[in-house]
Design a protein around this ligand. Structure first.
Ligand code: MN
Length: 142
């Protein structure tokens, strides 16, 4: 890792999700910054200029779309890729995320391995061993 270590800002108000995703990202070798609200997310991004933002859309104060629009309008942060994370795959969520300036989109529920695979892919890291080749389908999502 060393100088190549990447920093990911995780904006997520659900404590369980935040712990799970932050733990998985740290285990995979990333530095992780955590924010609970959209306002905190904007502050952390401006202060630390992370390499990537994972932005839960449903967060207090500023929502994820509003926080994304602010960061994408700011010359100091607009280059930072932002991946939207939504609680429900509602029709139009992807389009609204793209309009807000998000660079990618993930719909919950998101297994930690899927989140890591997306982050690794964005940094051009090879697919690691913790990524299942075939996601398990237990039929519960039908
Ligand atoms: Mn949320």
């Amino acid at each position: 890792m060393g100088i190549a270590k990447k920093t990911v800002l995780l904006v997520e108000d659900n404590e369980d999700n935040r712990i799970i995703y932050a733990t998985a990202l740290r285990y995979a070798g990333y530095d992780v910054l955590e924010a609970v609200t959209g306002t905190e997310g904007v502050y952390e991004a401006r202060t630390h200029l992370p390499d990537l933002v994972l932005m839960d859309i449903s967060v207090p104060e500023l929502d994820g779309w509003e926080a994304t629009a602010i960061l994408k309008a700011d010359p100091t942060t607009k280059h930072i890729p932002i991946v939207a994370v939504t609680a429900h795959a509602l029709p139009g969520d992807r389009e609204r995320s793209m309009q807000a300036g998000c660079d990618g989109y993930l719909a919950k529920p998101i297994p930690p391995a899927t989140l890591l695979a997306e982050v690794d892919r964005r940094f051009g890291r090879p697919t690691p061993s913790y990524t299942p080749v075939h996601p398990v389908d237990d039929g519960s999502s039908n």
